[in-house]
Design a binder for this molecule. Structure first.
Ligand code: UT7
Length: 325
């Protein structure tokens, strides 16, 4: 028994924020951002759009491609670091909006690795025979937790959502292997310190800019390249696949230099790497499913292809998964 991806969808808010726009907000330059990150522009959600709104658009597209009726979904997992609210879960709000009455629904917190964690969790349920059809979504409104006065972070992130419908299948196609990792010792490298139970909302915490992302970018960068290379090899080894057999690498789109370093270590030519970091920046848990959806709709994925996903994020969390399309 395997888990097959039978539908994908994505949604990007209309508003585009360019590097030039950021030059007007913080002490930065268009060329610094492009050279150090590969990002030219990112999307910013409308002030009325929350994570569930973006998620619903992506979910509807993925359901349409899958041909599945929403009422036949058994489970909905939303991976997000920017839920609509503490509770109820964003997944329950999505469930209501799409009318998936039979489904259980919950959110999953693994920051930028969230979609891979959701894929792996859903894969366990499906392979164990518990559920037949699962909707997984990565949805983020990062613009709400960005400190627009901090040039170290505000140039990096963007908003968006991506979704995939998974179905139990027999045979060769589907998730061949997935591997997740966490190292909580490094939790402080990327964090939103305020707004939770440790530092609850107060005028002082707002004045100290605590409800916004803080990141030690350079340290994170080094750990990311090392751990992603290890995770990718682990997944390939478990599936007895050589890097040269891969059809497409679909990496988390955090920074072009991280993506290039991992591709280079795998010996993969760049035409086998899906890239959209230039247009959307780092959309956290949404980045892999958006890139997957663009690859599928753009005709870059054919039946039988071997796709490798890899992601890295706060926690620290990281992982990889291999899928036969
Ligand atoms: O997806 C979740 C995981 N997150 C990541 O994967 C992010 C990983 N990290 C990165 O992508 C990179 O570390 C950054 C893009 C965040 C930064 O690039 P870097 O090459 O590691 O630069 P740095 O942090 O070492 O900073 C170099 C210099 C510093 O100036 P000094 O101290 O050398 O004078 C920064 O203050 O660049 C400065 N700097 C900027 N300059 C212009 C930092 N941000 C900016 C900016 N514009 N926006």
């Amino acid at each position: 028994m395997k888990t097959r991806i039978i539908g994908t969808g994505s949604y990007l808010p209309k508003r585009i924020m360019t590097n030039r726009d950021l030059e007007r907000l913080v002490e930065t330059t268009e060329s610094w951002i492009l050279e150090r990150t590969g990002i030219r522009e990112r999307r910013i959600a409308d002030e009325r759009e929350a994570a569930s709104d973006l998620a619903v658009h992506a979910a509807r597209q993925s359901l349409e491609m899958s041909g599945i009726d929403e009422k036949d979904l058994d489970l909905i997992i939303v991976a997000t670091a920017t839920p609509d609210m503490f509770f109820p879960s964003t997944a329950c709000i999505v469930q209501d909006r799409i009318g998936a009455r039979q489904a259980a629904a919950f959110d999953l917190s693994a920051a930028c690795s969230g979609f891979l964690f959701a894929l792996s969790v859903a894969d366990q349920y499906i392979r164990n025979g518990v559920y037949r059809q699962v909707l997984i979504i990565g949805s983020e409104v990062m613009s709400r937790i960005i400190d627009w006065t901090d040039r170290n972070t505000c140039v990096l992130f963007g908003d968006g959502a991506g979704a995939a419908v998974l179905q139990r299948t027999q045979g060769e196609h589907g998730v061949l292997s997935s591997h997740l990792h966490s190292d909580g010792r490094l939790w402080s490298l990327i964090q939103v310190p305020g707004g939770g139970s440790r530092i609850p909302p107060s005028p002082a915490m707002l004045a100290e800019r605590k409800p916004y992302i803080k990141m030690k970018g350079n340290e994170t960068f080094k750990v990311a390249v090392r751990t992603l290379e290890e995770a990718v090899h682990e997944t390939l080894k478990a599936a007895h696949v050589q890097p040269s057999e891969l059809s497409l690498l679909i990496p988390h789109q955090a920074n072009i230099r991280i993506i290039l370093a991992v591709a280079q270590r795998l010996g993969l030519p760049m035409e086998k790497v899906m890239l959209n970091v230039e247009r959307y920046g780092n959309t956290s848990a949404a980045s892999i499913p958006i890139a997957l959806d663009e690859a599928v709709r753009g005709g870059r994925v054919n039946e039988g292809d071997l796709l490798l996903f890899e992601a890295f994020g706060a926690g620290l969390t990281w992982g990889s998964a291999l899928v036969r399309w």
